[in-house]
Design a protein around this ligand. Sequence first.
Ligand code: SAM
Ligand code: DTB
Ligand code: SF4
Length: 338
Amino acid sequence: MSANPNIDQISLNTQLKMATSLRNDWQLDEVQALYALPFNDLLFKAQSIHRENFDPNEVQISSLLSIKTGSCSEDCGYCPQSARYDADLTPEALMPVDDVIKSAQLAKDQGASRFCMGAAWRSPKDKDIERVVKMVQGVKALGMETCVTLGMLTDKQTKALKEGGLDYYNHNLDTSKEYYSEVITTRSYQDRLDTLKRVRDADINVCCGGIVGMGESDIDRAKLLIELANLPKHPESVPINMLVQVEGTPLQGTEALDPLIFIRTIAVARILMPESRVRLSAGRKEMSDEMQAMCFFAGANSIFYGDKLLTTDNPMSNHDIALFNRLGLRSGGSSYAG
Ligand code: SAM
Ligand code: DTB
Ligand code: SF4
């Protein structure tokens, strides 16, 4: 027994938190019960858990750049970058390293702490990785965190990225295992899980989430969150995207999702993965300020910032700055709560 009872209490609280907050065995009925809570009860629970783990008024800011655009061989039904669909998009080859670093400097000057570089590949060639590693090194030298999303990777490629100093790899599961083949037929859910394991094994932080509003059911949304939370380790970063409907893609015209279900999805993600950064990702341009405020209350604490996502529009930076001021939010906090 310690001489100072406060210290015992603090260590007991820490142990309780460790014992109760991080689970990897979520069951469908439990998650459905969370989704079914009265809205106020769900948001209170999510906000309480959020406050135990994070400063509730701090939001981490990432900026995105498409470093290789379009002509992708995959058939993801939501994506304007697939070569199979006729979206209004000009394909662009892998960018020169210097141009990427200039773009990262601009994002840093505007307040981003992490720079995420996305490439429209099914899987990169080893030669491509060499150039991406140079980009990672250049962006890190600016003092920013780095993230890349390049498709499926081999062990050799994850190793090269880790040695280059990469902080995060984004690779989304997108939806439930059952709904996946309705949206993508050119790769399997297991392909996705295999790359996630390679990234984890290479000791790179995992950024993994999904898209809602693709016509999936309530059960699919619950199952997506269960897949994420029941990975051997929770992803450090969990992007929740609202489908951006792009003309020419198969999912254009999908019935819009009830915004309250989107907010519930953020809240359930926060409860299932208490220490992860939950990112309010694509689709913010189509959301009202009030809806975004509810998402932050539900536990979202990261956004993509800058006028563009990869190929589609994001809210203008000055609009986001005004929104942060109106909500008393600050940018900051770079990593996992744990
Ligand atoms: N090609 C790589 C891959 O698929 O992993 C990296 C780039 S891909 C564009 C990155 C992610 O963007 C996808 O996994 C998907 O979750 C998201 N995304 C793409 N199009 C979207 C859309 N129209 N609405 C919302 N999210 C989208
Ligand atoms: C993520 O989950 N969302 C971002 C990032 N990771 C790479 C991409 C959103 C893309 C939205 C469609 C586009 O702009 O092309
Ligand atoms: Fe290609 Fe990625 Fe778009 Fe799928 S989501 S079509 S893999 S760029």
